[in-house]
Structure formats: C-alpha cells, structure tokens
Design a protein around this ligand. Sequence first.
Ligand SMILES: Nc1ncnc2c1ncn2[C@@H]1O[C@H](COP(=O)(O)OP(=O)(O)O)[C@@H](O)[C@H]1O
Ligand SMILES: [Mg+2]
Length: 272
Amino acid sequence: MPFIDVKNLSVHDPVQQKDLVANITFSLQQQRCLAVIGESGSGKSTVAKALIGLIPSSLEVEGAIMFNGETLTTQTAEQWRGKRIGFISQDAMNAFNPIETIGHQMMETFQRHLGLQGKEGKAHAIAGLERVHLKNPNELLKQYPYELSGGMLQRVMIAITMMLSPDVIIADEPTASLDAYNRREVIMQLQRLKEETGAALIIISHDLGVVQAIADEVLVVHQGEMLEHRPADKVFTSPEHPQTKHLLETRRRLSAPLEALRQQQRVRAFPC
Ligand SMILES: Nc1ncnc2c1ncn2[C@@H]1O[C@H](COP(=O)(O)OP(=O)(O)O)[C@@H](O)[C@H]1O
Ligand SMILES: [Mg+2]
C-alpha cells in the first residue's frame, strides 16, 4: 500500500467558476521524494494546501487523500499537522511569531506535539539546531526571528520538522527566497531530513537544481492539470509532454546566467 494516495483531487472556486486543480492522482511510498513542478499559477501550492488540509472554506475540494490508509478530513488534518504531517513553507519569516524567541517557539512546539517539558524540550531544541549545523544553539534559542537571516530561519524550520519526525513532509518552494549558499545548505538538510526521518517528502519547486538533487519522482502540473508523473531522471532526459519540455528549457535558460556568474565567482575565488 502506498503511503500517500491521492485520487482525483480537484479544488473548485465557485466564485470564478473554475477548477484551480482538477483530477490530480498520484501515490508515493515512504522514503521517496516527489517534486511537483509547473509554472507560476499552475496549482502547485493548492495541491500542497490540500495535502495539509488548509484549503480555505470558500473553495470546494473533491476526491480523496489518504495517508497510510486513513482518509484526510478537516478533523484528521487538524490532528495530524505537525506530528504526522510536517510543513515547510517558502516564507520562513512569517512562519514564526515575531515577538517570541526561537527557543520559546521551538519548546512550545515540542511540548504540544511530543509532551516534552522544560529541560527535555530545551535539549530537544538544541539537538535539532545541531542537526542542521546551526552554530551556538544556546545563544540562538534566546534570539528573535528578526535577528536571523532567511536561510537560518529556514534551517530552524527544518530542525523543528526533523525533531517531530513526521511521516509526511510537504515543502512549498523551500529555497525560493534564499541566496546560493543557503540554498545549498537547505537542499542538503532536506536530503538528510528524508533519509533520517524515513518520511515521504513532497517538494514543490521551480528550482531545477533542487529537484535534480533530491527528487525520485516528478509530477508536472499545467493549468491545474497533471501532465506527467514519472521517475525524475526520465522526466529530465526524455520529457513526455511538450509543455514539460518547454518548462525545463525555460528554467534552464533562466538559471544559465546565474550559473555562469557562479562559475566566474568560483574562478575568481580560486584563480589557480
Ligand atoms: N484562495 C483562493 N481563491 C481563489 N483562487 C485561488 C486561491 N488560491 C489560489 N488561487 C488561484 O489558483 C491558481 C493556482 O494557484 P497556486 O496553487 O497558488 O499556484 P502555484 O503555487 O503553482 O503558483 C491561481 O490561478 C490562483 O490565482
Ligand atoms: Mg505556489
């Protein structure tokens, strides 16, 4: 039995009278990583929100989402978020409360989901920060979100997810707001997250570098519909659909100048 089983997922907007996504069907085993790719507005975040049970009530959801044989409903989503279903968003800054320290927020999460109190919660938070290679964890716990860079906050979010050990992790554009250094760090941490938790990982990204580094399978969406769902290497070497080909070429073209710049910087940094 696949760990995640999505059948004919559609999300309809009755106001605009249109489907934001239609008939999305896929399954995923544990310890596998599925990347969802598609141009902006194609419905990727809508799929992610459906999987964590956060589609606004103004929209209509149809179809079935099962995790390990159990159906996701509004009630089960509420219970499962955090402990069973981890979510890593693009906007790490907004994921944290600006007026509470990182330590307070980490410990509160571990208390709520794992029942850890006081010293136990603090030790768990420090272990998490060490696992994502953040320096001076004791000091970091006392800091406020605005004192950390976007990349550091993203790694704190990964640390929290890692220490909750969910069965399923959904990451929506986790590297979109990061510079090259933090992007590489976050990709490495996501890979470890998958290996160490054994979770099924769904990563939404238009960053082909991320997708190639981490995905086992790729699902391509276009205007709310699924075009193909195949092993990642197959999608990259022989895209089936013309729209997939177009998407890969556009993305490669967009990232080419950046890659050239990085090469130049590398040459400058290591002239011999
Ligand atoms: N809450 C909402 N109500 C109505 N339309 C929405 C809502 N959220 C997203 N949409 C629309 O659904 C489509 C898909 O959006 P989204 O899933 O965010 O795309 P992506 O993440 O691929 O950029 C877009 O046309 C967007 O405008
Ligand atoms: Mg999106």
